[in-house]
Design a protein around this ligand. Structure first.
Ligand code: ISL
Length: 510
């Protein structure tokens, strides 16, 4: 498989996917035991959230050693076995590279703290007089180190000091990390908050694009990435900047979060909620699709481990909406990323106040934040253990690390696998279709103007009959758009003269 041409990536959050040893925490052997399921589903790559040695202040996004596996998840032998077993099923593994920062327990940081003049002295961002700048997890961005007698910079928690990307040696070390994993047989990288490597702390500027571009180019040039899928998490980049990086060969696709923020008050941060408007979903997706209509590609996703379930946030847990969103996304141009549990319609569920564990959520609540906002946007809601549904202990025979109360009768893998009309089967059909259908993979995108409750677009390749993707974004019954031919896939089993609530399908266009 050519990793750059992958059709669907499945995101596994290892802590919550499958536990194999009864300690209540998912692990690598657990992932291995579910590979047959992923192969049945038809995905071609797994994005594995961090499994490196970490004290776990931010669930693995505080890495203490990039080339060792945390015992919570298993061993390097387990990792090798996962890569090997996945490859045998035509599935690649994409590693999560947390390049912007490390753990405060990383050897580089410990040395940097102790020995300013030593080899690692300049690996982090140090200063004597900190400025007033707010970190993403609340509080300031500078923390005093009594050992060094200076302040260090952290975009996230104090336990996550930022690396100094202006230091060539940092880029060399990170390239060595990439080479280590390429050698072990991984097929892609997802670069965490990669736009932040181009920040300018003195000017309080999160992104200096020319700087970020230069650092990333330098990193990628040191490793043969020609057959790897390179994904960047970079919420701050414009479409033009993304195209520039794609032309450079530095990134294949980029995660942008404009769609995820549709239920937020603009510019007020993630916790200030605003009513979701389907028409804005359409205009936002359309803007991003147009930007890459001919050249380049988008990343396509609804959820991830930071973004709780959109069917809860936008559509009141309605399973029909989950089906519509599936069809809508798999018709678009780009690479779809499917987050574990989305294929069975997992919801945000309910978490008791004392059960919340995420550092961002706890900081927010401590600062007087509201539970209403947490129930919608708190990251723990995206991390509820996978609903396998083979009995109450299907995720773990022990007590799950994160407990939740679910009322989701039938929204699990076992139940949906035996129902051919289920959301799970619809996802399987869509994934298969994307693998074989050239128009869905490569076709240009073109919006068909309609009323705002309806999203209709075409996928086109010259000389071939175009495809039409139709999605009713509302729970109203609407007139059928014109030009709908034979359906390739549909949320409904039988066709009707009118579009039913949340009905969506992909068909030939005449
Ligand atoms: O999680 C968010 C909002 O709740 C995002 O703003 C998130 O902080 C941002 O997308 C960066 O996320 C990534 O880096 C973080 C880590 O906590 C996230 O899990 C990771 O996906 C710091 O490493």
């Amino acid at each position: 498989m050519d990793a750059k041409q992958v059709s669907t990536v499945y995101q596994v959050y290892p802590k919550s996917f499958q536990d194999s040893d009864g300690d209540g925490v998912g692990d690598l052997q657990g992932v291995i035991s579910r590979l047959d399921y992923l192969s049945w589903l038809g995905v071609e790559m797994i994005w594995l959230n961090p499994v490196y040695v970490s004290p776990g202040y931010d669930n693995g996004y505080d890495v203490a050693d990039y080339t060792r596996i945390d015992s919570l998840f298993g061993s390097m032998d387990d990792m090798d076995e996962l890569i090997h077993e996945a490859r045998g099923r035509g599935i690649g593994i994409m590693m999560d590279i947390v390049a912007n920062h490390t753990s405060h327990q990383h050897e580089w940081f410990l040395q940097s703290e102790r020995d300013p003049e030593g080899a690692f002295g300049n690996f982090y961002i140090w200063c004597d007089t900190p400025n007033e700048w707010s970190s993403f997890f609340g509080g300031g961005t500078w923390t005093y180190s009594p050992i060094r007698g200076q302040y260090y910079f952290h975009a996230f928690a104090p336990e996550q000091p930022d690396l100094n990307w202006g230091n060539e040696q940092v880029r060399k070390e990170m390239a060595a990390v990439l080479a280590f994993w390429v050698e072990r047989g991984v097929t892609g990288f997802r670069f965490d908050v990669i736009d932040l490597i181009g920040k300018d702390v003195n000017r309080k500027q999160w992104l200096d694009f020319p700087l970020m571009r230069r650092y990333l180019k330098d990193l990628v040039a040191q490793v043969d990435t020609s057959s790897l899928l390179l994904v960047g998490e970079a919420g701050g980049l414009t479409p033009n900047e993304i195209l520039t990086l794609q032309r450079d060969g530095s990134l294949d696709v980029v995660f942008n979060f404009e769609v995820c923020a549709l239920d937020e008050q603009a510019g007020q941060g993630k916790w200030k909620l605003a009513p979701f408007e389907p028409s804005r979903l359409k205009t936002t997706l359309d803007t991003w699709q147009r930007a890459f209509a001919v050249e380049g590609r988008n990343s396509l996703f609804w959820n991830n481990h930071d973004q709780p379930r959109v069917i809860s946030r936008w559509y009141d847990d309605d399973e029909r909406a989950a089906k519509m969103l599936a069809v809508l996304l798999y018709g678009l141009k780009g690479i779809p990323f499917l987050y574990q549990g989305e294929e069975v319609g997992m919801t945000n569920g309910m978490i008791a106040t004392e059960e919340y564990q995420d550092i961002e959520t706890l900081n927010y609540l401590r600062a007087g934040g509201t539970l209403d906002a947490v129930r919608m946007k708190g990251r723990d809601h995206a991390r509820i253990p996978m609903a396998w549904g083979e009995g109450t202990d299907s995720f773990s025979t022990g007590t799950p690390w994160l407990r939740s109360a679910h009322d989701e009768a039938g929204r699990d893998v076992a139940t949906m696998r035996s129902d051919e009309t289920s959301l799970l089967h619809l996802y399987r059909e869509l994934i298969a279709l994307r693998r074989t259908n050239r128009l869905l993979r490569d076709g240009a995108y073109e919006l068909v103007p309609t009323e705002e409750r309806l999203y209709v677009y075409r996928r086109i390749i010259d000389g071939e009959p175009p495809l039409l993707v139709v999605a009713n974004l509302s729970q109203d019954t609407l007139p059928m758009p014109s030009g709908c031919g034979e359906r390739l896939v549909s949320t409904e089993q039988v066709e009707a003269p009118m579009l039913r609530p949340y009905e969506a399908f992909i068909c030939y266009n005449f």
